[in-house]
Design a protein around this ligand. Structure first.
Ligand code: AGP
Length: 609
């Protein structure tokens, strides 16, 4: 999730673009860059790191230009460095463009263009688009060349494109990544979100998927990718900058919770191969043969990433038949783990910088194990130090309480189970089944999110309780742990997650009318066992909130409140059952008046022991 901004008008473009980048920096801060057309020349400046590095590089140089584009990067393809920074150009230097999204078929297009003699200067997927436009510009004008290029691209994009041969024109296009036109007096500001626009105008045009805008000093025209004109509504913004950064949500945690349908799609994007029931994980290509030979997996991680690892254990053991152990990284690093070259140690980490997880990976490496990473932050230390891995592509997660990174980790663990399973004895049909059910998950989560008001009401009923017992079985035992962790982090409620079967070996002693329980009880292979646990709690007049499967008409007899989730494969239920628990923790935290984005005593990335 990068931030792009463009300006065309009568004012000096450079200061407006730099200011826009600062407001979009929360979207990505690996590198930044700017291109303007000044006196007929394309002037491009790039810098690795935060926008201030770019500003320092431009320094006091006054670049007279009224048209320009800029970008702040969240790396997906190619490590953070100057050459991978946007804007990217073509061989002639006529074209400059900034891109937010993922070009899935970029390798294929790059090979074809290299055979036509194009020279590439970066490792990014985005640069391919500049060379495609160059190629089509040989027989077409700027607009046609862009439209022809878009036809060949698979993936997602928010694009802003300049062409030196058309010095007073900018073309922008959207498919999957947000893009807004800010319509001011004699000027248009283009941006990934309104935070870079609100200080110039409150008149905005939201581009929809498949729409392209041709912008020049006279104004703008919106067309379809088939070059058909579209009448667009001009909306009025009533947000301040912070609100714009949160897309109108009250907190980043809520915004990121509602981003999950999209971030789960991003975790799957270009990685599903339905026809052969396989998962394509490019980041594991170099170790594919080694992975065929491994006979043991150890997952090392902390906090929410540890809970994801526990679900990965269930998935990989059931669908790939490889024994898995999940370790707290902080314990693993001081234990004497017995590892060998047939052991793969997988680090799961959103930040990729968690000290305990990093140390655990270094320990595993010293012991000759194959080390892998499931990491969200591209080029973070753990990503660099593991032998291979898979990126989440969930974009920056600002809220300290992890939400979208967690469900993205579960998605990748499901893909890994298919990848390893199909290397072994998983059938084509099973692979295809898991993939088709995975593809339904984003819409199913949308359905749950639509019930946020109902969940808010239920949260109000439980806001007064200072203790809570979360329980689940099998795939949803770790969700009981995750739900309890969320409400601890956000609302400071003393909650414990437990395997339902463990309850009668102690925790049930806590239960009375003042100590509520939450059961994750979908219609799965352990449903009846969970229900008998609920009856034992009810027998001690405990209050019960249940997360159950839509259409389960029995469950409400055993619970005071029920939140229903859609039906899916047992192994995928955690991707759905966690959503109400994220919202519950959020609303209880808000009702209690806490800063849910920056909870006390916590840090987003724990880089110390
Ligand atoms: C989760 O909400 C917390 N922020 C915390 O437990 C976190 O999961 C843990 O610190 C691990 O972080 P990582 O995924 O960045 O390694």
């Amino acid at each position: 999730m990068c931030g792009i901004v463009g300006y065309i008008g009568k004012k000096q473009a450079v200061p407006i673009l730099l200011d826009g980048l600062k407001r979009l920096e929360y979207r990505g801060y690996d590198s930044a860059g700017i291109s303007v057309i000044a006196n007929g020349k394309m002037v491009t400046t790039k810098a690795t790191g935060k926008v201030v590095e770019l500003e320092n590089k431009i320094g006091s140089k006054r670049i007279e230009a009224n048209i320009g584009i800029a970008h702040t990067r969240w790396a997906t393809h190619g490590k953070p460095c100057d050459k991978n920074s946007h804007p990217h150009g073509d061989c002639s230097g006529d074209i400059a463009l900034v891109h937010n999204g993922i070009i899935e078929n970029y390798l294929e297009l790059k090979n074809q263009l290299q055979q036509k003699g194009h020279k590439f200067s970066s490792e990014t997927d985005s640069e391919v688009v500049a060379h495609l436009i160059e190629e089509f510009s040989k027989k077409n004008d700027f607009r046609e060349a862009v439209l022809e290029s878009l036809k060949l691209i698979k993936g997602t994009y928010g694009l802003a494109i300049l062409n030196k041969k058309y010095p007073s024109q900018m073309i922008v296009a959207r498919l999957g990544s947000p893009l807004i036109l800010g319509v001011g007096k004699d000027e248009v500001i283009v941006a990934s979100d309104a935070s870079a626009i609100v200080q110039y105008t409150d008149k905005v045009v939201y581009l929809e998927d498949g729409e392209v805008a041709i912008i020049n000093t006279e104004g703008y025209e919106v067309i379809t990718s088939k070059n058909k004109q579209i009448e667009k509504k001009v909306s009025t913004l009533d947000w301040n900058m912070e609100q714009a950064q949160k897309n109108g949500f009250a907190h980043f945690m809520l915004k990121e919770t509602f981003e999950q349908p999209e971030t789960i799609k991003n975790a799957m994007r270009g990685r599903l191969s339905k026809e052969d029931g396989m998962a394509k994980l490019g980041g594991l290509r170099d170790v594919e043969d080694k992975l065929k030979k491994i006979n043991r997996i150890i997952i090392v991680s902390c906090g929410t990433s540890y809970n994801a690892g526990l679900i990965g254990e269930y998935m990989i053991e059931e669908y790939a038949g490889i024994p898995v152990e999940v370790e707290y990284a902080s314990e693993f690093r001081y234990r004497k783990p017995l590892l060998d070259s047939k052991t793969a140690v997988i680090a799961i980490s959103q930040s990729g910088e968690t000290a305990d997880t990093l140390a655990a990976i270094r320990e595993a490496k010293n012991k000759g194990a194959l080390t892998l990473g499931i990491i969200n932050t591209v080029s973070s230390t753990i990503a660099r130090e593991t032998d291979a891995g898979v990126y989440n592509h969930a974009g920056p997660e600002i809220g300290v309480a992890s939400t979208k990174a967690f469900t993205s980790q579960l998605t990748i663990l499901a893909l890994l189970a298919v990848f390893l399973g199909r290397q072994r004895d998983m059938s084509l049909v099973t692979g295809q089944r898991i993939i088709s059910e995975l593809e339904k998950i984003p819409n199913q989560i949308e359905k749950i999110l639509e019930k946020h008001k109902e969940i808010k009401k239920i949260a109000k009923k439980y806001v007064g309780f200072s203790d809570f017992l979360y329980m689940g079985r099998k795939y949803n035992f770790p969700i009981a742990l995750e739900g309890a962790l969320k409400i601890k982090e956000i609302s400071y409620v003393h909650a414990e997650g437990y395997a339902t079967g463990e309850m009668k070996h102690g925790p049930i002693a806590l239960i009375d009318a003042s100590f509520p329980s939450l059961f994750i009880v979908p219609k799965d292979s352990v449903y009846d066992k969970n229900v008998s646990g609920m009856q034992e709690i009810k027998a001690r007049s405990g209050k019960i909130l249940a997360i159950a499967t839509k259409g389960d008409t029995e469950i409400s007899k055993h619970a005071d409140d029920v939140i229903y989730i859609p039906k899916t494969l047992e192994m995928l239920t955690p991707l759905l059952s966690v959503i109400p628990l994220q919202l519950l923790a959020y609303y209880v935290g808000v009702y209690r008046g806490f800063d849910v984005d920056k909870p006390r005593n916590l840090a987003k990335s724990v880089t110390v022991e």
